[in-house]
Design a protein around this ligand. Structure first.
Ligand code: C5P
Length: 232
């Protein structure tokens, strides 16, 4: 039997770096919005019971998506920062504190179910949270405030965090509440968990699961989506 899972998709951003008049999660690729691609990927994971979407308070576009009538899909109103949106969604997830929740960005439409299944398998085997991540291939420099190199970091230990990020519902809710109350920066769920001393496992993902951020990213996402299921 597959593990009981719940999904959360923060989709309340405005995507201003895309320079488009509509938020990036509603841009279309291959006939579907980025949000629908991301949602379909999560709904396709065996064991996924519900997916809760955090939407912008002025969102008018979600209601036109057929997928929202799926009984597993719920919506809440998001907040000013990504972490506020995730927390709002977590509070609405119809699950127990010990259940596992996967948080996935609406802006990562090329997620493959097989990668999520590897993440789930590792987290369940270790009974500790984890995230999809990609080893860094570039040489990375740490800069001072004048843009001069302070240090070259050891590449073999550097990873780029992706989503989904998978944690227990109760622990993640507590970690985000604590970080937000302290005013600490929370750019992903893992950073809030690390802050409280929880272990976070890194599970190697795929470069196709990148975050659509700039206009030029759309063509690459479209190319990956047109080859869904192929090893590219
Ligand atoms: O802006 P960025 O690309 O980092 O956003 C990552 C994800 O977080 C996107 O899916 C975006 O819609 C979501 N987000 C949110 N609430 C915010 C800001 C971003 O749900 N206030």
């Amino acid at each position: 039997m597959s593990t009981v899972l719940h999904g959360v998709i923060p989709a309340a951003g405005t995507g201003s770096r895309m320079g488009e008049s509509i938020p990036k999660q509603y841009l279309r690729l291959g006939g579907k919005t980025l949000l629908e691609h991301s949602l379909l990927a999560l709904l396709g994971v065996p064991g996924m019971q519900t997916v809760t979407l955090a939407l912008h308070p002025h969102d008018t576009l979600a209601r036109s998506l057929d997928l929202l009538s799926d009984s597993r899909v719920h919506t809440v109103t998001g907040g000013p920062q990504r972490a506020d949106s995730v927390l709002a969604a977590l509070r609405a997830v119809p699950a127990n504190a010990a259940d596992w929740v996967l948080v996935h960005d609406a802006a990562r439409p090329c997620l493959q179910v097989a990668d999520v299944q590897r993440l789930v398998a590792r987290v369940i085997a270790r009974q500790a949270g984890g995230i999809l991540a990609e080893p860094v291939v570039d040489t990375v420099k740490l800069a001072d405030e004048h843009g001069r190199v302070l240090q070259t970091l050891e590449r073999s230990r550097l990873w780029r965090a992706q989503t989904p990020q998978m944690f227990r519902l109760g622990e993640l809710t507590e970690a985000l509440e604590s970080a937000l109350a302290a005013g600490d920066p929370v750019t992903d769920e893992a950073s809030a968990m690390e802050r409280l001393g929880f272990a976070v496992n890194l599970v190697g993902g795929s470069s196709r699961n990148f975050k659509v951020t700039l206009p030029e990213d759309l063509a690459l996402a479209e190319w990956y989506l047109s080859r869904q299921g192929e090893a590219v």
